[in-house]
Every structure is written in C-alpha cells, then in structure tokens.
Design a protein around this ligand. Structure first.
Ligand SMILES: [Zn+2]
Length: 246
C-alpha cells in the first residue's frame, strides 16, 4: 500500500511501501518582509523537511573549513562574488547528505529550498542535480506582497537592542513606544531596515527573481499566495498546495 497523502508525489527510486520515501521538494520564494521565514518555520516541521538555505550552507562550510568552504571564504575575503559553481556544489553536497539520511531511515520527506535558487541558471543546475538523484522540484510557492507594502512592513520594523525581539510601529507596536515589552531594552531601527537599504534589497530581489519565476512558470510549478493575509491563512494555503501533513 502506498502511504502517500494526496497532493504529494512519490519519488521514483524508493520502495513504495516505505512512508519516508514520500517526497516533496519545495522552493519557497518571497521577498524580505513577505513572512517567508515564518512560513518556512511552520512548513519544515509539519512536512518533516530539511531546510536548504545557501547562507547557512556557506556559514557551515566556512566554519568547518571544508574544501568548498575554503574556496568560498577566499573569494569573499577578496570581496568577490561566489560563483554558481561553488554555490551549486555546496547544494549538491547537501542533497547527498539528505539522501544519506533518508537511506538511513531518518524521517525526512524532502527539502525546502529557501533563498536558492536565485537565478534561472541556478534553477537549471538544481533541476539537473535533482534529476541525477532521481528527484525533482514538486512545488514552487511564491508569497506575493506588493512592493509598496513591503517598504511599509520593513521600514516600520524595530528591533530590541538587547534581546533582538522584533516589533512593528503599526502592525505589532510595543506597549510603550521605543521600549521592548519583553526586556525593557531600547528599540532601534537596524541599518538594513533603512529606506535606502530596503530599496536596494527589493531591487535585487525583483530583478533576479522575475526570470526565475518565468522558469518555473514554464513548468507549471508556481503557486502564488497573497502574502497580505494573516499568517495562519497563508500557512493554510501553502498546506492546501502541498497536501495533508504527516
Ligand atoms: Zn528586548
């Protein structure tokens, strides 16, 4: 008997009787301020996914001094961009690690890609790497928020200077203006939440993701979810795309 829940496709290589082989590989896309991080935190445990975020992979590889980490660090120290070759090789190492964990019987159902791929070229390489491993992307979820709303969300953000709790001047204000509810610390606007920094980040996001979305649209994989809804509603819509949780 297949244990696959409706909406989740089975991967080709696993014995169909084993539930851990029910596979769902997701790309979660959305600009900063879209609530993508919060949704990832909910979806990952609900579907027993492993997160693949390239920022984390870089930090870990550099920290552990792996061969790829050493190469990446040398480039970053010279202020150069890390080329796709290294980024994609890091992701492939992670795919193999996740594959090994599944094989060892760990309850891993798939991968949630967060912040990768960033370009259509990276997406092509990811497709090839997954295909080599008998796997594929099952869904691309795009949390859509209009740019002007993102500017409002991000520019109103205030962070506690002592405990890092995050507030919003309009949507989630502290009880006393400028003071953290949790610890009484001073609330500050972080340097990357200033209007200039926000504009730069959003330019980079919208510039590089448009061709990426086209790439996955051509494969009918993209579901757009309106991010201007309560967090629980967005989670419910993502769950509706992916099928019932385990
Ligand atoms: Zn605080």
């Amino acid at each position: 008997m297949l244990n696959a829940a409706p909406g989740i496709r089975l991967s080709g290589f696993c014995p169909a009787t084993s539930w851990e082989c029910v596979d769902v590989n997701i790309i979660l896309m959305g600009p900063q301020g879209s609530g993508k991080g919060t949704q990832a935190e909910r979806i990952i445990p609900a579907y027993q996914l492993v997160s693949v975020a390239t920022g984390e992979l870089f930090r870990k590889a550099v920290g552990e001094g792996t061969p790829l980490g050493i190469q990446a660090k040398a480039l970053m120290d010279r202020g150069e961009l890390v080329p796709d070759d290294i980024t994609c090789a890091l992701v492939e190492e992670k795919l193999d690690e996740v594959g090994a964990r599944k094989k060892a019987g760990e309850p891993v159902s798939g991968i949630l890609f967060d912040g990768f791929p960033r370009t259509a070229a990276q997406a092509q390489r990811l497709d090839a790497a997954l295909a080599e491993r008998g796997d594929k992307i099952d869904a691309v979820i795009l949390i859509d928020v209009p740019r002007e709303d993102l500017v409002e969300r991000l520019s109103g953000r205030r962070t506690c200077s002592s405990c890092n709790a995050v507030y919003h001047v309009t949507f989630n204000p502290p009880k006393v203006e400028g003071v953290c509810d949790a610890c009484g610390g001073a609330l500050i606007q972080r340097a990357d939440d200033t209007p200039d920094a926000i504009a730069k980040r959003l330019d980079a996001y919208f510039g590089s993701t448009a061709p990426l979305i086209d790439f996955y649209d051509a494969r009918n994989l993209v579901t757009r979810i309106d991010g201007n809804q309560p967090i629980d509603v967005v989670t419910a819509k993502i769950t509706a795309v992916l099928g019932p949780t385990k």
